[in-house]
Design a protein around this ligand. Structure first.
Ligand SMILES: Nc1ncnc2c1ncn2[C@@H]1O[C@H](COP(=O)(O)OP(=O)(O)OP(=O)(O)O)[C@@H](O)[C@H]1O
Ligand SMILES: [Mg+2]
Length: 237
């Protein structure tokens, strides 16, 4: 796609280049033809899928990588669907990610190959996805509208785990408390970054901006979406 302007703001091809300098994981895009790629879902090898280019991008970012499309990840399928730890994992993660996007009725334009972040977490769910310190900030170019812990309790599912992690609800509540506390303490840092991100992405007024903690006080900006299309917990004010 040559004209940035024609890209939907829901696509990372729109927002990532604009906010790249605001503390994001290293990222490469590999564009592909979604209609052609859908034949993967029937167990066929798509005619035009850029496997060589994708492998080169993964190697350039360096194993392990986090694989998603410009639209979304298959996070609820667990690491089997997004963690590429060697060349053999590329077709599996790609296939599961395309399938996930198809089920969500998305039309991705590119695979998004990202530096894998060791997100600080206290347990895993969804077959091994870390449930950790993540913050979703809703912001415009002028102000922060509100901020929430990223993982609502009712969204957490355990698929094949033999047993639920002990005390996971307590751990989740403790992380939510910490994250919202940090968010207030770091007001001038995280909140200003969210406002700055919205400023750099003028296609829509209001954005959700997701941050993840990887080390003491080191928060990466990992995802964005137009606010009206983002999950948002109910709150009073
Ligand atoms: N680079 C990364 N390294 C490790 N884990 C990651 C990385 N990027 C994202 N994750 C994990 O995967 C989750 C989903 O990632 P991401 O936000 O990119 O996908 P999404 O499908 O667009 O999610 P959302 O539904 O929040 O929009 C994150 O909340 C985080 O837990
Ligand atoms: Mg997203």
């Amino acid at each position: 796609m040559s004209e940035q302007e024609t890209i939907s703001p829901a696509s990372a091809l729109y927002w990532y280049p604009r906010v790249q300098a605001l503390g994001t994981p290293r990222t490469k895009f590999v564009e592909f033809d979604y209609m052609d790629a859908l034949s993967m879902l029937d167990g066929e090898d798509p005619k035009r899928f850029p496997w060589g280019e994708l492998t080169a991008a993964v190697e350039e970012v360096g194993y392990p990588v986090f694989l998603r499309t410009d639209q979304a990840s298959a996070k609820h399928e667990g690491p089997n669907a997004y963690l590429v730890d060697g060349p053999g994992a590329i077709p599996r993660c790609t296939g599961l990610t395309i399938e996930d996007n198809a089920m969500k009725d998305l039309s991705p334009l590119a695979m998004m190959v990202r530096e894998f972040l060791p997100i600080v977490h206290r347990f895993t769910a969804f077959r091994g996805l870390p449930i950790g310190y993540e913050l979703r900030v809703f912001a415009t170019a002028e102000e922060v509208v509100c901020a929430h812990y990223y993982w609502p309790e009712e969204a957490i599912r355990f698929w094949t785990e033999a047993a639920e992690p002990p005390r996971w609800r307590v751990l989740l509540a403790a992380m939510a408390f910490d994250v919202l506390g940090t968010q207030m303490v770091l007001e001038s840092a995280l909140q200003m970054r969210a406002v700055e991100a919205a400023k750099l992405c003028p296609a829509v007024d209001a954005w959700s901006v997701d941050f993840a903690l990887v080390a003491d006080d080191v928060w990466y900006l990992i995802d964005m979406a137009p606010a009206e299309w983002s999950w948002h917990p109910e709150h009073l004010a």
